[in-house]
Ligand binder design. Structure first.
Ligand SMILES: [Zn+2]
Ligand SMILES: [Zn+2]
Length: 230
């Protein structure tokens, strides 16, 4: 199992590209989020052909803004098999479907929709309203052999995620958490709020502008970990 980030920026940190990653789990390659810079990054890095599954954390544009383009490219240009969009709940599937319907008319022509529970090794944590009021969002937990990868998605209130983790069997765990350096930003997790959760896990921060990183932040930023970048 491995994770390689395609970008680590926040919604407006375009120099660092939209936060997204390719996760290789149980022999499949899962694209985790597809914001407006992701399609271009995949093409530039010649990685588009690797994507066979797609999983979205929520439908803000920096997490889904180039999904339609990716699907069209695979169908029209590459004539590749339809990628599988994994969905954690029926309601979220409908939201993704409606969004794509406006853009590509017939989403089923370009993607297959499969419930996440049919894919072994990934579980969703419902974080509804914990990033943005009234907005559906999810964190995801990937497991293979004796390793666990946790991806927060955009999350302003991390307690529910760490509470769930504390009740799961002990495994070597890497947590990738969105992070903000501004205490007024309630949509993302202020780095000091993550400090109590660093025990027993490896933690990395993303979805931020790394140049704003305060000197007293002990959480390593994904941006500086070259082995975590695609
Ligand atoms: Zn975001
Ligand atoms: Zn968001």
């Amino acid at each position: 199992m491995q994770i390689k980030f395609l970008g680590t920026g926040g919604a407006f940190d375009i120099d660092y590209l939209n936060s997204a990653a390719l996760v290789t789990v149980r022999g499949k390659c899962v694209l985790l989020d597809c914001g407006f810079t992701v399609y271009q990054t995949l093409v530039h890095k010649n990685l588009l052909h690797r994507v066979d599954h797609i999983l979205l954390t929520h439908l803000h544009n920096d997490h889904c803004g180039s999904l339609a383009n990716l699907l069209l490219h695979k169908h029209v240009v590459d004539k590749a098999p339809k990628p599988i969009i994994l969905y954690p709940t029926d309601q979220f599937k409908s939201q993704v479907y409606e969004l794509l319907k406006i853009q590509v008319k017939d989403p089923d022509k370009y993607a297959e929709f499969v419930p996440l529970e049919h894919f072994e090794g990934i579980r969703a944590i419902d974080t509804y309203g914990m990033h943005s009021e009234g907005l559906q969002s999810f964190a995801y937990i990937f497991e293979e052999d004796d390793k666990r990868i946790v991806y927060s998605g955009d999350l302003g209130k991390p307690d529910v995620l760490f509470d769930r983790l504390s009740r799961m069997p002990a495994l070597h765990t890497c947590v990738y958490h969105d992070i903000t350096f501004n205490p007024e930003n309630t949509g993302h997790t202020f780095y000091k709020k993550l400090l109590p959760y660093m025990n027993g896990v490896e933690m990395f921060g993303y979805h931020c502008d790394p140049t704003q990183n305060p000197a007293d932040n002990p959480i390593r930023l994904v941006f500086y970990q070259k082995d975590l970048l695609a």
